[in-house]
Design a protein around this ligand. Structure first.
Ligand SMILES: CC(C)(COP(=O)(O)OP(=O)(O)OC[C@H]1O[C@@H](n2cnc3c(N)ncnc32)[C@H](O)[C@@H]1OP(=O)(O)O)[C@@H](O)C(=O)NCCC(=O)NCCS
Length: 163
């Protein structure tokens, strides 16, 4: 698996991975595509930084991050997704570590990921915990009645300090 900046020809495969994951509402998929299209159009100069995991010439995963507007050194990882048939094989971890490395180089000191508290997202929350993003906050009923927003964070610079 190699990680490289996303290119327009990745769009179809990333879209397929998002749809086949079968977790996201139509409105969320629309937002993901808007973010992806903005990243593809603007590249390194844009707000959204988008990277693709490629295996055998095929896009199999996507991560998108950017600085959180109005903060000093906080970054959001907006999306991370791995094609369902290749999940749980280390691709997500590789994408996450790649994004973290770039964020640190850009001066990031806090990384935020947000997800849903619904049972269907338990594997996603476990993945974030495994990647050292602890649960920092929970906004009850944020997305919908009974659907909390769960905010996980990591402070990469703090971890990198010698003990
Ligand atoms: C969440 C997701 C990106 C993780 O990517 P992945 O390639 O499946 O995960 P990896 O194989 O890299 O797993 C990395 C670590 O997390 C752990 N992990 C992954 N899925 C897990 C699960 N369901 N339960 C427990 N641990 C899990 C792995 O065991 C691994 O730990 P290790 O490093 O000790 O071996 C991927 O499963 C996915 O696309 N899920 C659906 C979409 C989604 O929820 N995206 C995030 C919201 S935007």
């Amino acid at each position: 698996v190699t990680i490289r900046r996303s290119v327009p020809s990745d769009r179809e495969a990333i879209y397929r991975a998002i749809v086949e994951t079968d977790l996201f509402r139509h409105s969320e998929i629309d937002v993901a595509l808007e973010v992806l299209d903005d990243a593809l159009a603007k590249g390194a100069e844009g707000h959204y930084q988008s990277y693709t995991a490629e295996l055998g010439g095929e896009p199999v995963g996507w991560v998108c991050f950017g600085p959180t507007l109005g903060t000093v050194g906080t970054f959001d990882i907006y999306w991370i997704i791995v094609a369902p048939h290749l999940q749980a094989r280390g691709v997500g971890k590789k994408l996450m570590r790649h994004a973290e490395g770039l964020i640190v180089r850009l001066g990031g000191r806090m990384i935020v990921v947000e997800t849903s508290g619904l049972a269907a997202y338990k594997p996603t929350r476990r993945f974030y915990l495994k990647m050292d993003y602890h649960e920092e906050a929970r906004l009850l009923d944020f997305y919908a009645p009974g659907d909390d927003k769960v905010v996980h964070i990591k402070r990469p610079a703090a971890r990198a300090k010698p003990s």
